[in-house]
Design a protein around this ligand. Sequence first.
Ligand SMILES: [Zn+2]
Length: 211
Amino acid sequence: MNYYPESILKLIKSLSTLPGIGRKTAERLALHILHAPLHEAQSIASDILELKQKVRLCAKCFALSDKEYCRVCSNPNRDDSLICVVENPSDMAVIEKSGVFNGYYHILGGALSPIDGIGPDEIRLKELFIRASSKEVKEVIIATGTDVEGEATASYIADNLRFYDNIELSNKSKQNGLIISRIASGVPMGGDLQYVDQVTIQRAMEGRRGF
Ligand SMILES: [Zn+2]
């Protein structure tokens, strides 16, 4: 490897820090970039920088976005009575790709995990409870993972939503109770969700049950 000049070695080293890229692949990519026309290399470099500078979190649902509101939140044709709660932006992407859900999302940014020091204040639960208390919202679909952390997060959300909803019902600020549902089990969520086919996602969404 030492027969390469320093600048190639540097690029190989930085590329191999990417997930799934071993030393050999990094070497192949670096040589490809070396032989590519200048504009191609420039466009890869500037796309990476643009991503880092522009992408932020949607002010409403915390999805990845390059504007204040993400593409879903800025679409007025979606059903504002439904909020689907997911752990990560990649979970939202999978459900979006399946095309079975026409409401809005809420991205928690993780799941409750006391062992790792992730309590209710570390993920975006407060923001969810505020959103769910608005008059338009009729159902919150909990699509957190089916692992221990995902289930614990789902229970926490359901308990708190019920608590706040009862207060609002007794204050008569709401006419009907909020429906709290859980995506049908059998769907591996989290990182694995991206390998689930669309039919399974569709069944899980349609087969959701009251929590
Ligand atoms: Zn959004």
